[in-house]
Design a protein around this ligand. Structure first.
Ligand code: ADP
Length: 265
């Protein structure tokens, strides 16, 4: 925000306005920073007890407990599941608070990265018999005649992977059985347009802004059942923002949803 402060103005009234405006920007910026630090610190503090609980549960699961009752087993199972959910939530909160400090100078080969994301999510897709399709643009490598060049983006390798992973994971989770997910990266002038399209139920127009808010879920119980904590798209939006990109959501011809991200090359 502090990058948007206004330069000095010769007209006294305008200059007074400029000073107030700049002060407001600085205060807002400081307040965002405090909020970010609080989230990071809280998540850090929560991580230790959660890891300890997890270690105890892992230990419990490695040994037999013939004396245990069905009720006790059920309780342990419930605690294990909830602990996993909480750990996932805390990890994502930490990731979000650390976004600004991650280096964004990696040379990312986009087609290879998409392939990696799809390979990693193939087991989840198979559970629902969802087909994962990668559409690649044929770019000729000028140096090597027969080779197809990859699209190169400069940014954070880890974050761009995470962004695509979250979008494709959602596209599978909120899809129909036997549906499909198509991912593409296309160069347009000095930008790259990344799209993730699914054949799910689609997202009502009135929700298309809200889905990016932390903890917002259209159907809370469905999301919970699918292991969601409601932070996936909030993280995607932040990753797009730190890369100076834009993200749009559209309905598509299959009745599903298409997420479209544009980033400068
Ligand atoms: P969650 O952990 O619940 O998946 P997200 O932040 O990733 O959280 O997504 C927020 C909500 O947006 C989801 O709960 C779901 O209702 C909706 N959503 C996200 N992606 C899709 C999609 N591809 N199709 C339909 N609904 C989606």
């Amino acid at each position: 925000l502090t990058e948007y402060t206004i330069e000095e103005n010769k007209i006294a009234e305008l200059d007074r306005l400029r000073i107030s405006y700049n002060k407001m920007l600085i205060r807002l910026s400081e307040s965002f920073e405090t909020q970010r630090q609080f989230t990071g610190n809280a998540a850090h503090e929560l991580r230790t007890p959660l890891t300890l609980i997890q270690a105890q549960l892992d230990l419990y699961h490695t040994t037999e407990h013939p004396e245990s009752t069905a009720v006790a087993e059920e309780t342990i199972q419930m605690v294990t599941e909830q602990n996993e959910r909480l750990s996932k939530l805390v990890r994502t909160l930490l990731d979000m608070s650390e976004l600004q400090t991650v280096s964004r100078n990696d040379r990312i080969e986009l087609h290879s990265l998409i392939e990696e994301v799809l390979t990693d999510l193939e087991p989840l897709a198979q559970e629902k018999n969802v087909e994962l399709i990668q559409k690649t643009q044929n770019l000729r490598d000028e140096k090597a005649e027969n080779k197809t060049a990859d699209l190169i983006l400069t940014g954070s390798d880890i974050l761009i992977y995470r962004m695509l992973y979250n979008l494709v994971e959602n596209a599978i989770k909120y899809n129909h059985t036997d549906g499909n997910v198509t991912v593409s990266a296309v160069r347009m002038k000095n930008t790259v347009v990344l799209t993730v399209a699914d054949t799910g139920n689609g997202i009502e127009e009135s929700f298309r802004e809200q889905i990016f808010e932390p903890f917002f879920r259209i159907d809370k119980s469905r999301s919970r059942q699918l292991g969601g904590v409601g932070l996936g798209l909030a993280l995607v939006r932040e990753i797009v923002r730190v890369h100076d990109g834009t993200i749009e959501v559209h309905g598509n011809e299959q009745g599903g949803t298409t997420f479209e991200i544009t980033m400068g090359l």
